[in-house]
Design a protein around this ligand. Structure first.
Ligand SMILES: Nc1ncnc2c1ncn2[C@@H]1O[C@H](COP(=O)(O)OP(=O)(O)OP(=O)(O)O)[C@@H](O)[C@H]1O
Ligand SMILES: [Mg+2]
Length: 421
């Protein structure tokens, strides 16, 4: 295998293995590093869902194709961006006249800048710069997205390109977002790709790039975050920037360390784009398989109820994650994220179906469906939890009003946000 068809995988400062790519056969492989394997450390970094086995031989993968996995084992495909990051990636490559790069070359760009704690070495080095101007970055991104939409040629200085590439291509998801770190004392803002010390607040910022938008998606997400916190759902602290952009602290940058995180799709290989495994029953099963504490199973139940009541229908398998505790060698639920009214309420959708089915249903979920899950996973007092979530409906309305979301939007939203019957 040619040298550039192998990349090393590092975690917590040591090489844990290597990914190989056989371009002719379109296959990838993973082999644990013998020293790491022999150390018997961190036995659970990749929960044994039958994909990555803890064996010395190289393991070959040819069943993870398509847009979600790109041929990689799901644990590593989790390091790749989705729609928005890919758009910036493409612009970056076009600017360098590199159009056709392999998936390992893409991982070399992720390098040590990815979400979570997994790093890829050797990485492609990009210049490190000190502070950045948030307003300028947002302006650049706005013009890039507009130009791309109208198929205009994109002309940017290389400094602007490097900046948006560095902070805009790591996180997954469809919507425009960047990573920044803000110094706790001086307030200085630096690119959020490399820094992880505790001297900074590390934010993921979901950007409101369309100033004309009648539906202020980012403000609504902020109000959802406040509502979830109000009823004790664990979310990271968040704030609005310039009253428009939604900034939330990163759970994968805490205590001055990178936290190893994987999405439900990353752990299991269940493709979040396919309906086959997309249901809450699977997610609860995965949680018991990971031996999360019962209080966390109750938390997951509360999140499910929240998503049903507040019409967060885009609750797919990459919108649920787990964090690894390296001291205890075990997993827990990550804080909840991407909680929002998922579709523009001003548009009429023929089908507005839930990503994760409940009791085989994606619409018209009723009390019986929810109670069936509660029964299966021995949730105490499910009706009490449902009531607690429902009681937060006026709180959300108040928050939306306080943040000047239009009456028109609020009315449309609350035509759908209802108690469970
Ligand atoms: N607070 C956070 N800390 C760390 N990682 C996060 C945080 N919030 C989101 N992420 C990661 O970033 C990804 C994208 O974020 P998010 O789901 O909010 O974006 P989105 O573009 O709205 O997604 P979607 O495509 O589901 O609509 C998530 O899948 C998750 O892996
Ligand atoms: Mg998401």
């Amino acid at each position: 295998m040619a040298k550039n068809n192998i990349i090393d995988v590092h975690l917590f400062g040591e090489e844990i293995g290597r990914i190989g790519l056989d371009e002719n056969e379109g296959r990838t492989s993973f082999q644990y590093h013998p020293t790491f394997l022999a150390s018997s450390k961190y036995l659970n970094i990749f929960p044994n869902t039958g994909i990555l086995k803890r064996v010395p031989q190289a393991q070959v993968f040819n069943s993870f194709g398509g847009k979600t996995f790109h041929g990689l084992p799901p644990q590593f495909a989790d390091s790749l961006p989705d729609k928005f990051g890919n758009l910036l990636f493409k612009i970056w490559l076009e600017s360098k006249n590199e159009n056709d790069i392999t998936i390992l070359e893409q991982l070399a760009y992720v390098a040590n800048r990815g979400m979570g704690a997994i790093e890829y070495h050797p990485g492609n080095q990009l210049p490190k710069n000190a502070s950045i101007d948030l307003e300028e970055i947002i302006d650049v991104l706005k013009s890039v997205v507009e130009d791309k939409r109208s198929h205009k040629e994109i002309s940017l200085s290389s400094k602007s390109l490097i900046n948006i590439f560095k902070i805009g291509t790591s996180a997954g998801g469809v919507n425009p977002k960047i990573l920044i770190s803000e110094h706790k004392k001086s307030g200085e803002i630096i690119p959020g790709d490399l820094e992880y010390s505790d001297n900074y607040h590390h934010y993921i910022i979901k950007l409101a790039l369309d100033e004309e938008a009648v539906y202020p998606r980012e403000i609504v997400e902020y109000c959802y975050n406040l509502t979830a916190a109000e009823i004790g759902i664990e979310v990271m602290d968040s704030k609005l920037i310039e009253n428009r952009h939604f900034a939330t602290l990163r759970y994968d940058r805490q205590l001055g360390e990178k936290q190893h995180c994987l999405t439900a799709t990353g752990i299991t290989g269940w493709d979040f784009r396919s309906s086959t495994n997309s249901n809450y029953e699977r997610l609860f099963k995965l949680s018991s398989f990971l031996k999360i504490k019962h209080t966390q199973t109750e938390e997951l139940f509360k999140r499910m109820v929240f998503n049903v009541i507040f019409q967060n229908n885009d609750d797919h398998l990459k919108n649920h994650s787990f964090i690894y505790n390296k001291k205890k060698d075990r997993w827990k639920l990550s804080p909840a994220y991407d909680l929002t009214y998922s579709t523009n309420p001003l548009l009429v959708f023929k089908k507005n179906i839930r990503a994760l089915a409940i009791n085989r249903k994606r619409i018209d979920i009723n009390l019986d469906d929810i109670l069936k899950i509660a029964n299966e996973y021995t949730i105490k007092n499910p009706k009490g939890i449902i009531e607690e979530v429902q009681d937060a409906i006026p709180f959300l309305r108040r928050k939306l009003k306080e943040h000047e979301v239009s009456e028109q939007v609020i009315t449309k939203m609350f035509a759908k946000i209802k108690a469970i019957k």
